[in-house]
Design a protein around this ligand. Structure first.
Ligand code: NAD
Ligand code: ZN
Length: 352
């Protein structure tokens, strides 16, 4: 597996690592925001002749058009197979920069420096790389490990609160699928005063333990997809609309729907469903959408990569801290779960 370093001094650790590594040329890939906020933190310590490519920020740009530009840039600056790429940014930069590196000339090495909470606790580790394609999330991609993941919470200082909140959904997911005690500690009193270092380390540990046992997602790794089958469908459905959801916001919706499915199909106690629904709606509120959108969202669920054949495959909770996988649900069950979420705002409290 990739090495992960939690750094107190990002410039020092990066320089040290680069000095140890042989490479012909060095390239940094960032998006327009990380070019502004994060590149200045590391840029001055990189060799003067390094190259930098920046693309417009946002999930809508995690596509083939941007990849073409990145591959063209790599070609124009003459990167050979010993070139080294640094992906400096959130999950979009890491997934796409990594994908471009892993496929350029059949693969050049790359380092991830994740700069969002989401990418620090989740996207930057585990080797899944890819892009969206024709409206389908992460439809084209590969598994390739980065040489190194360098994590520093210094980058979170410039991260907008809504992005911090979005990333927190993956943290909550880690508690829900693997560690009930961790989940119960994850109460947010103040976004500013969190001990991010501790949270990031714990979450990365959980993710790595799972990925280590099943790197290519043949079995156990599927538990990391809890909330993502329906969550991705929401994210895709509203991708180009005004209601656009951040990844973690969509996953929060997905986790509530899939907790409902867990209650129906894998024995999640009603109290746990209530705890999850309350914890998540307290942080993320309730996303409002018309009932007429539900069929379109369900259609996107069946496009999910986790499916084999025509059934929709879910990872569902047995209880908080314990997740099962390969549980299939039919359209009517998925509809019931989404409807549970959709009617939440008008529902009487769950314990009545
Ligand atoms: P992102 O990369 O779009 O970053 C979110 C926003 O924050 C962007 O506008 C970005 O420019 C900005 N930003 C990043 N760092 C900043 C900083 N330090 N200061 C100020 N602004 C900053 O999105 P994300 O939430 O990091 O990641 C979501 C993506 O990750 C999705 O595409 C999702 O599919 C992917 N993902 C991948 C995996 C995986 O295992 N590969 C896991 C989870 C999510
Ligand atoms: Zn996710």
């Amino acid at each position: 597996m990739e090495s992960v370093i939690f750094s107190n001094n990002i410039s020092f650790d990066l320089s040290k690592y680069l000095n140890q590594m042989g490479y012909s040329q060095l390239g940094v890939i960032s998006d327009s925001n990380t070019a502004k906020f994060c590149y200045p933190i590391i840029g001055s310590l990189l060799p003067e002749n390094h190259k930098h490519f920046s693309f417009p920020a946002g999930e809508v740009n995690k596509n083939l058009t941007t990849c073409t530009q990145i591959w063209q840039w790599m070609t124009d600056v003459g990167f050979d197979r010993k070139a080294l790429i640094i992906n400096l940014g959130g999950g979009v930069t890491g997934d796409m920069g990594g994908f471009c590196a892993a496929t350029y000339k059949r693969g050049i090495r790359f380092i991830n420096i994740p700069t969002t909470l989401l990418s620090q606790v989740d996207a930057s580790v585990g080797g899944k790389l890819g892009i969206d394609f024709n409206g389908f999330k992460n439809h084209i991609g590969v598994f390739t490990q980065p040489e190194l993941v360098l994590i520093s919470e210094i980058f979170l200082e410039t991260l907008p609160l809504e992005e911090l909140r979005s990333g927190y959904a993956e943290v909550l997911k880690h508690g829900l699928i693997q560690n009930a005690d961790y989940f119960s500690c994850l109460k947010i009193n103040s976004w500013e005063k969190q001990n991010w270092r501790e949270i990031i380390e714990k979450s990365v540990q959980i993710k790595r333990e799972v990925v280590e046992k099943d790197p290519k997602e043949n079995g156990l790794r599927k538990i990391l997809n809890f909330g993502h089958t329906i969550g991705h469908a929401f994210e895709s459905f509203y991708l180009d609309s005004e209601k656009h959801l951040l990844h973690g916001e969509a996953i929060a919706v997905g986790m509530i729907c899939e907790a409902y499915l867990s209650h129906k199909k894998s024995g999640l106690p009603k109290d746990d469903l209530k705890t999850i629904t309350e914890a998540l709606t307290e942080i993320y509120g309730i996303f409002k959408f018309p009932e007429t959108d539900i069929d379109g969202i369900i259609q996107l669920c069946s496009q999910d990569k986790k499916n084999e054949g025509s059934t929709v495959n879910f990872s569902l909770l047995r209880r908080i801290g314990n997740c099962d996988y390969n549980i299939t649900a039919n359209t009517a069950e998925i509809k019931e779960a989404i409807t549970y979420y959709q009617t939440l705002s008008s529902q009487v409290p769950l314990n009545q």
